[in-house]
Design a protein around this ligand. Sequence first.
Ligand SMILES: C[S@@+](CC[C@H](N)C(=O)[O-])C[C@H]1O[C@@H](n2cnc3c(N)ncnc32)[C@H](O)[C@@H]1O
Length: 377
Amino acid sequence: MSSSDPVWRRLLTEVFREWFISETIWIDTADGELALSAVSKSTEPQRWARAITEDRYLVTQVNFGADPPDGELPWPSSSSSMPSIVAMMLEALDVRHGQSVLEIGTGTGWNAALLSRRAGDAGRVVTVEVDPTLAERARGALDRAGYSPTVVTGDGAKGFPDGAPYDRIIATASFREVLPAAWLEQLRPGGRLVGPWDNDWLGGMLVLDKDEDGNATGRFRDQLAFMRLRDQRAAYYGWEPEESEIERAALTETGCRGSDGDNIFNPELGRFAIGALVPDCYLHIDFNTPADYHHVVDLDDGFARSFARMYWDVNTPTHYQVRQLGPRKLWDEVEAAYDWWHDNDEPGMERFGLEIRDGKQWLWLDHPDHVVRVVTG
Ligand SMILES: C[S@@+](CC[C@H](N)C(=O)[O-])C[C@H]1O[C@@H](n2cnc3c(N)ncnc32)[C@H](O)[C@@H]1O
């Protein structure tokens, strides 16, 4: 774990992560696949300790604290983020001694402890956790470690108005496209907010500064994948018609072939731009075996009952084929966004930003006046 900021470098080694990690953690076992396996401190102390010192995220709660149903894999509902990501976000937040800070998503409490150290006795840290069990556990860990931020049990999307205004706000649960209005209201003019913005294609770290008029602008920096604010999680789950219905839809040729699929779906290439341009479009790629390259891409908008299945066949020189159902022709929208990406010199995430002015929020390219898509207002 490292940081280019010497103060954070020191604090990250002084505020031990292990003080905040629960007896049982879950770690990924398969490469790239979310197959979690439980590791208990009492039965596998060395494996537990090794996982904590590695630069990896640790799942600290599954299934909102319930036991996974028999035969089903657990899914993560809280985690301790990768130390390198924690460091990157804290550095971007630029917290100074004596400042007031609001954190959304207390989780283990480790980040709140780091913020408390940095803000110092003259500062003030409030952290909000939606899950009462996690909030209670974090309170205990913070207390034992000697830190006393205010841990609020509640919906962090509403911020914590009683403690406002804040000089800094950091979200450690992602929000889908639209920044919760309460956060901007509770941020002091001149203040900074850092958080994981995402849609169903790709997420990025948004670093937003609020001006004296109450408006805010900021750019996307690095790619980030965080768990969503709880009541936005449902957006993860795609909608899929019956197989027979998909099969009945006409198979037509797309305008794409060869390396187009990589341009569209590669996070380093067009994926952020295209995902940003096509609203409310869930993406799922079923990557086939590496040797065969017949991938299947599903796009859906459950609200509009629209679905597209594209056969991304990397091996043949012909155009990929697609079946589209429902009022939205989702694949056609993706292709139009792909054309836009070419026409605008193939921008990556770092050329995009979010502007919030008079209650309206829009994505921009290169400059706030170059509006890409209004996300609300
Ligand atoms: C990635 S974890 C946060 C890690 C944490 N900052 C730490 O240092 O361990 C995300 C946390 O956000 C919490 N969360 C999700 N939705 C929330 C909401 N609406 N309000 C507050 N917390 C929320 C989850 O329960 C989870 O504990």
